[in-house]
Ligand binder design. Structure first.
Ligand SMILES: [Mn+2]
Length: 372
């Protein structure tokens, strides 16, 4: 473990806990939260299982870790699997979660970050060991009354943090790294964060010796990507071609795999719309991604790729900002078509006439895209 384990105590007021300018509000329902906590305390000698959902994500793992550090006698488990990112966070702290843990002898379960029973266990809830639910998802009607749900929190780990503070646990650097990782993961790197998520982040940074860089290293450090993904992303950059449509950039590239990841890299590098094709044996796959301002123009990539699909004898479709195509054919020709059609669509949506005087030849030929 790299971080220090010595913890600090925040200042407490009626509104919650503070470190510097950071603020962790008091739980939405203190009595309900305390009843969960006292059940965990009462089961000190029993067997308490903290259970996370299928393919446990960073927030679920972070919530489990905070609860483990606050209540060291609990066991950690996940239904069916743990996500790659979740495993990375666990291994950073040398901790483990049991996959499909045995329920023999379990006297109490704390189900976390899950909005319905089928995400965490099979069978009827009436046959499960006794349980409490801690969650932040807005739709939790599947659990019925008694679940502790606070959908004002961007991440479940913020609720776990309140539980730790309510039992007077000091804040350690490990807790701060873990909790910020959970918040980052569940707010789309703060893209969808609300003020409270930023206040809690500030609380964690002010109350610990860690920096944002420490957290980023844990969740996207150099070991985060496996080698073939890194190579695919770099190759996508090397094979990049792009064209400018007014002030927008449409980019395309080819890889052997990880086409969706490569698409995201092109967007980060500056493209507004990206297409990346992968060819495997006789099969091709094309991923398409667009930034939100492109969608606001009225572009729907799912419909767009459906159109490209039928024009090339393939299957295309998807969401407005993330779509794809599967089938066969020459990937370069499909990419070329994607770029030309997107060029035309963007011009239409932006009200720019086709070829808007950019073509130097004057014979209506499209401007050649940059290539290398
Ligand atoms: Mn979550």
């Amino acid at each position: 473990m790299m971080m220090t384990v010595q913890g600090r105590k925040p200042a407490i007021s009626r509104a919650g806990w503070t470190f510097g300018r950071g603020h962790l509000p008091f739980p939405r329902d203190r009595e309900l939260m305390w009843s969960v906590i006292s059940d965990i305390l009462d089961n000190h000698g029993g067997s308490v299982l903290v259970l996370a959902h299928h393919n446990a994500d960073i927030d679920a793992v972070a919530t489990s870790l905070i609860l483990k550090w606050a209540f060291p006698w609990v066991r950690l488990g996940a239904f069916r699997s743990i996500s790659q990112a979740g495993k990375k966070l666990l291994s950073y702290f040398g901790e483990e979660m049991e996959i499909d843990p045995s329920l023999d002898g379990v006297s109490l379960m704390i189900i976390i970050d899950s909005s319905s029973p089928m995400q965490v266990l099979e069978g009827d809830t009436s046959e499960w060991p006794r349980y409490h639910v801690i969650d932040h998802h807005p739709d939790h009607s599947h659990w019925g009354d008694g679940a502790y749900v606070d959908d004002s929190m961007g991440a479940c780990v913020e609720i776990a943090l309140q539980m730790a503070m309510l039992t007077n646990s000091p804040l350690t650097d490990d807790m701060a790294v873990t909790a910020i990782a959970g918040i980052i993961a569940d707010t789309g790197k703060y893209r969808f964060a609300r003020p409270v998520d930023l206040e809690v982040t500030s609380f964690l940074l002010s109350g610990s010796g860690i920096s944002m860089e420490d957290v980023m290293l844990v969740i996207e450090g150099e070991e985060y990507f496996d080698a073939s993904k890194k190579i695919a992303q770099l190759k996508a950059m090397r094979r990049l071609r792009f064209r400018k449509v007014a002030d927008q950039v449409v980019a395309a590239s080819r890889v052997n795999s990880f086409e969706a990841a490569a698409c995201r890299v092109l967007l980060v590098a500056g493209a507004d719309v990206a297409f990346v094709a992968a060819e495997k044996k006789d099969e091709i796959r094309v991923s398409a991604r667009a930034k939100p301002h492109i969608l606001r123009l009225g572009v729907h990539l799912g419909h767009f790729m459906e159109r490209i699909g039928s024009a090339t004898g393939n299957q295309g479709g998807g969401h407005d900002g993330a779509a794809g195509l599967n089938g066969s054919g020459d990937p370069d020709r499909v990419l070329m078509l994607c770029m030309e059609e997107m060029d035309a669509l963007l011009r239409e949506k932006m009200g720019i006439p086709p070829e808007s005087g950019r073509s130097r030849s004057g014979r209506g030929s499209r401007k050649r895209e940059n290539r290398r």
